[in-house]
Design a binder for this molecule. Sequence first.
Ligand code: DTB
Length: 325
Amino acid sequence: MSLPKNEPATALPSTREQIAATYHRPLLDLIHEAQSVHRRFHTPSEVQQSALISVKTGACPEDCSYCSQSSRYKTPTEPTRMMGLDEVLDFARHARENGASRVCMGSSGRDVKDNRDFEQVLEMVSRVKALGVETCVTLGMIDAAKARRLKEAGLDYYNHNIDTSEAYYDRVITTRSYGERIDTLSAVREAGLHVCTGGILGLGESDDDRISFLHQLASMDPQPESVTINRLVPIAGTPLAGTPMLDVLVVARTIATARLHMPEAPIRLSAGRESMSDEAQALCFLAGANSVFSGEKLLTTPNAGNRDQSLFERLGITAKACAHS
Ligand code: DTB
C-alpha cells in the first residue's frame, strides 16, 4: 500500500539509531528508497537554484580550518570592503534571468554588529527582495533582535551551518562553540525567518560523525527549510588543504539518509560540485538533492554553474520557482 503523498515515511523526529541504520544500508537500496520518498514530497524533475554572492570577503578573526576567509591563514583570497548596492542588484537581476529563485548574500566575519555594514546589508535585502526573488544572507552569529530587523527588511532565509557533528566540531573550529551555532539558529527561528543550515562533508570526519550531524539536523523542530550539504573544497593555506577528497558515493549516501529523515526539506548539493562529474551530480539528485548554487562562483571558489544548462537539459531537470516567501 502506498502512503498518502504528504505523510512522512517514518515517525519524525528519527532517533540516532534509526538514522545510523538508514545510513549503513546497501547504497542502491538506500538510494532507491530515498528517491521513492523524494517523489512523495517533491517534484523529481525540479531543482531550485540559489545564486551566491560574497558582499564582503575575508579578514575574518575565526579559525574555521576549511575557510579561505580566515585572517589566520595565508590563502589566495583577498579581503574586500562591503560591496555597493548597484553591483549586488546587477548580480541579482542577472541571476534571476538565469533561473535563480533565491539570492544568497554572504558577508565575512564572526558575528553581526549594529554598524554601517549591517545597514547596507538591510538595504541589499530589501532591494533584492523587490526584484521578485527570495533572499538569504549568511553573516555569522546573530541575535534575535538583529534577525528581526533582517526579517522586516524582507529576508526569507538565514544560512548558518552547524558544519559537522558536535563530537568532531572542536577539531575544525575553536573560536566559537557548537552551542553558539545552535543559539544563532534559535534566534533566526525566533525572528520568523526560514532556517538554512547544514555542513561540510570530507573534513576528515567518520561515518559516525556524519550520522550524528544528520541526527542534529533532523532533530530540529521544525526541521530546516533548507539543508545544505557541501563537500570540502580544499583551499591552499588552510589547515585542511591536504585533506583527501571524500568519495562521492559517501556524499550520495549522506544525502539519501538526509532525504529519508527530513523528507520535506529541500536539500542543496552545495560547494563541491566543481570537482564532481555530471554522473556524480546525477546520483546526488537521485539520492534526493533538489537544490544547487547556480553561477560560476561560490563565495571565493569556482562553481560548476557553467555546466548546469547542459547537465539539466540532459537530465530533463527544470528550475524550480520560489518555495517559501
Ligand atoms: C553553504 O553551506 N555553502 C555556501 C553557503 N552555505 C554560504 C558557501 C560555500 C563556500 C565554498 C567555498 C568558497 O567559495 O569559499
